[in-house]
Design a protein around this ligand. Sequence first.
Ligand SMILES: *Cc1c(COP(=O)(O)O)cnc(C)c1O
Ligand code: SF4
Length: 364
Amino acid sequence: MPDGSAPLKPRTLRDAAGLVEAGLVPPEAAPGLERLSATYAIAITPVVRALIDPADPADPIARQYVPDIAELETLPEERSDPTSDAPFTPVKGVVHRYPDRALLKPLLACPVYCRFCFRREVVGPDGGLLSEAELEAALDWFAATPTVREAILTGGDPLMLSPRRLRHILARLSASPHLDIIRLHSRVPVSAPGRVTAALAEALDSEKALFLCVHTNHAREFAAPALDALRRLRRAGVALLGQSVLLRGVNDSAEALEALFRAMLAAQVKPYYLHQLDRAPGTARFEVPIAEGRRILRALRGRLTGLAWPAYVLDLPGGAGKAPLGPDFATAEGADWLVEGPLDHEPHRHPARAHPSAPPRAAG
Ligand SMILES: *Cc1c(COP(=O)(O)O)cnc(C)c1O
Ligand code: SF4
């Protein structure tokens, strides 16, 4: 709320009135968005707000974070827990679906609230911080589950934790010899880069292989403050991966994805996943059909460095896992393969060998 005192420090916009004041929505939208904010959290940090051109009604940054009254309409195919976390939760804060890796969700707060979020029914500023006892129980589960080789911190956003708490979590995970990899998923480096202090980067210094998967959907998100934060993380020895969602009106063209992947690589962030949209409630305006997603990616193969190539995946509703959606370049024809050339887009026959090699005999 404005308090009348002289120059206000830029603050995170968290309600309809703030959005109107910032010129991001017209005043007549306020009552509807006020209603919406009771269901879905709103947050736009000063750094993100500075990336938005309020004069552009189709601004790709605004589209990700400025709420729309259409979100209150849930379609029959939309699910409140589209990736089915709940049935795979052995203890509070843990999701264990794959044999070798599991999620740890220490809190459900985020620096910004994305309008397409797959966990939008549960994330929010005042929800989901595990109590000390719950966090210790979750960490005990990792210590007692030797088949799990990788702990994946997600949320919410784990970089919303204090460096002290992060250091404690990483120390506890590092004490388990069966854990080889610690991975964090975060939007903080691009949306609240000021949180990536020297103390936070230092808290991520781990004897385990540590990967930070940065969530970002548009090239413009790689502005100076984000680049500085990413450089601090790199200097701390953190390996950086990138994760994006294919989003209508944000990055749904070969040009937009090329610019995004090039911006990632220039910041030494390796594109890892491009997600098909999860069908969370009220997110229909963001969906790009799979056929179109495959066409866009096909156009990029060969045109930009192979380092840029992410896996295009769908997290199957019901919890069956993340499945690659292609595009595939090879089709079987009898024993031969027809393989499309990424440069000429012509089919090339890759014939079966006349004398195929037998599988090697197991060493005895
Ligand atoms: C997405 C996810 C993972 C990580 O999957 P990767 O394919 O290794 O990135 C692990 N566990 C759960 C429950 C997930 O939803
Ligand atoms: S940062 Fe992730 S969890 Fe948080 S609102 Fe965005 S998509 Fe959802």
